[in-house]
Ligand binder design. Structure first.
Ligand SMILES: C[S@@+](CC[C@H](N)C(=O)[O-])C[C@H]1O[C@@H](n2cnc3c(N)ncnc32)[C@H](O)[C@@H]1O
Length: 218
C-alpha cells in the first residue's frame, strides 16, 4: 500500500534514531495496561491497530508473555519506530509490524485469524469515521467467538461531552479535518459494534477524561 495519498494524524513525538517517543504514551500506558490485564485475554493472539510509536505494544506485550502480539500501522515512520522498539526490547512475543489500514478490506493478517483480541488506542477520533467502521468490520471478521476488542480514547456519552476539555478537543480535531472528531459511545460506536456481532462489555473511566472500552464478539 502507499503511505502518501491519505492524511494521517500523529500525536506529538520525539525521536531517538528510528524509535519514537510519545509524551501521551508515557502518561497513559500504565493505566491502560492495568485495565487491559483485567479484561483482555492473557494468552493467544492479539492484534494492535494504529500501533503508532510502538510503545504501547511493547509495554503490553511485556506484561503478557503468553500472548503473541501482532501490530500494524499504515504510516511507514510509525512502522519503523515499532520495529525499532521491538529490536530494542528483544521481546520474543512481538512480530514485526504490518501495513494495516483498517479502511481496506484485507489487512494482510488474515492467515493469523481468528484473533483472541484486537486493540486500538487513540485512533478512531483522529481519523475519518470510515476508520471506526473498518475497525469494527475487521473485528467482526477476524475475532474468534468470545474474542475481545479494546478501545481507548475520548468518547462523548449519549450526545454529551464528558468534559469541557473534550469538547474543545473535538472542535480542534474538526478544525484540522471535519471528518475527525470525538466519537459518541452510545450513539455511534455501540450501533457499529452490534452490526458486527460485538457487545459492549466494560466501560472504564480513565485519567484525563478518557475511557477504556471492551467489546466481546458473540
Ligand atoms: C494518534 S496516533 C495513536 C498511536 C498510538 N496508538 C498511541 O496511542 O500512541 C493514531 C495512529 O493511528 C494510525 N491510523 C490512522 N488511520 C488509520 C487507519 N485507517 N488504519 C489503521 N491505523 C490508522 C496512525 O498512523 C497513527 O499511528
Amino acid at each position: 500500500m502507499s503511505d502518501k495519498p491519505k492524511k494521517i494524524a500523529l500525536e506529538d513525538r520525539a525521536n531517538a534514531g528510528q524509535r519514537q517517543f510519545s509524551p501521551s504514551v508515557a502518561r497513559n500506558r500504565d493505566p491502560i495496561r492495568d485495565v487491559f490485564l483485567k479484561f483482555m485475554p492473557d494468552a493467544g493472539k492479539i492484534l494492535e491497530i494504529g500501533g503508532g510509536t510502538g510503545e504501547h505494544g511493547v509495554h503490553l506485550a511485556a506484561a503478557l508473555p503468553n500472548v503473541r502480539w501482532l501490530t500494524g500501522d499504515p504510516d511507514a515512520a510509525s512502522r519503523a519506530s515499532i520495529a525499532a522498539w521491538i529490536a530494542e526490547t528483544c521481546l520474543a512475543n512481538l512480530a514485526k509490524p504490518h501495513a494495516i489500514d483498517v479502511t481496506t478490506g484485507e489487512w494482510g493478517v488474515e492467515k493469523e485469524a481468528p484473533f483472541d483480541g484486537l486493540v486500538s488506542i487513540n485512533m478512531i477520533h483522529i481519523a475519518p469515521f470510515e476508520a471506526a467502521q473498518g475497525l469494527f468490520t475487521g473485528a467482526g471478521r477476524l475475532l474468534r467467538a468470545g474474542g475481545k476488542l479494546f478501545l481507548y480514547g475520548p468518547f462523548s456519552r449519549r450526545g454529551i461531552h464528558t468534559a469541557p476539555s473534550n469538547e474543545a478537543f473535538d472542535a480542534s480535531l474538526k478544525s484540522r479535518d471535519p471528518r475527525w472528531g470525538v466519537r459518541d459511545l452510545e450513539q455511534e460506536i455501540v450501533p457499529l459494534a452490534q452490526k458486527n456481532a460485538l457487545m459492549l462489555e466494560h466501560t472504564v473511566e480513565m485519567p484525563a477524561n478518557n475511557f477504556s472500552v471492551v467489546f466481546r464478539k458473540t
